[in-house]
Design a protein around this ligand. Structure first.
Ligand code: FPP
Length: 240
């Protein structure tokens, strides 16, 4: 099949910012007769290969992955601590490679509620990669979209900004994603049709791509399909 980048030629019509809700790890594990956590481990491999493929093949500029929502704290404590651990391990193992590939890491969400060692690992990774000019890779971890909007409102009030100065640009600059463009394409795996409080401001005009594929099975073929589908849509942003 013709890939999206071949079809588009010179990477025209590719999304600038892709956001992904990586759903279905638990079900994938169940399907394979494995404990749920094995699904998360397999999910990490999918995340690694997705990042590399979108960066190296399509040269996508911004990619945001939803790793852990503020609601995920309600999962069993063992699963929560396993995911936190896994996230720390991934950053530790990957950060120097990301740095070599000029990837700039961003953390979206509340850092201070995470375990100390994870906070330090994230902070070090952000510091190391902050001047990189390649792919900006956002990890939404301990992230909630409504909380992000409320945090922006609080900052604007704390800064004493007069109401007549508040416009979309100013508001954008107070979100966790300040400096990042709106989401062009939001992909959700795992067969659910909802956005679960993810980048709700930034995806106001996004195209959506929902697939039944479970996150650990997400691969280059599915990415190609999603990008081809994106390319075939007509975006009007409210115009004609
Ligand atoms: C969604 O599947 C997965 C999560 C909420 C856990 C976090 C994601 C990963 C471990 C993948 C990659 C992570 C990193 C750190 C790069 P689910 O558990 O909600 O699946 P289910 O809907 O089938 O139960």
């Amino acid at each position: 099949m013709e890939s999206a980048s071949q079809a588009a030629g010179e990477n025209a019509l590719l999304p600038n910012h892709i956001a992904v809700i990586m759903d279905g790890n638990g079900r994938w594990a169940e399907c394979h007769g494995l404990p749920r956590f094995e699904g998360h481990i397999a999910g990490v491999e999918s995340a690694r290969s997705t990042i590399r493929y979108l960066n190296n093949k399509y040269h996508i500029k911004y990619l945001t992955l939803y790793g852990f929502s503020t609601e995920n704290w309600n999962r069993p404590p063992d699963e929560v601590s396993g995911i936190l651990h896994l996230f720390e391990e991934v950053i530790d193992e990957e950060v120097s490679e990301f740095h070599k590939e000029k990837v700039k890491l961003r953390h979206l969400g509340h850092l201070e509620e995470l375990p100390q060692s994870l906070q330090q690992t994230i902070s070090k990774a952000l510091e190391l990669t902050k001047n990189n000019t390649g792919l900006t890779l956002g990890f939404a971890f301990n992230y909630g979209g409504r909380t992000e909007i409320l945090d922006a409102v609080r900052h604007i009030i704390t800064e004493g900004i007069p109401s007549q100065n508040i416009d979309e640009e100013l508001f954008n600059n107070h979100l966790y994603t300040a400096g990042m463009p709106d989401v062009d394409l939001l992909i959700r795996t795992g067969g659910e049709f909802r956005i679960s409080n993810f980048l709700i401001w930034q995806s106001a005009y996004s195209e959506y791509y929902f697939t039944d594929v479970l996150w650990p099975d997400f691969n280059e073929k599915v990415i190609d399909k999603a990008l081809l589908s994106y390319r075939q849509r007509q975006r009007r942003f409210g115009g004609l």
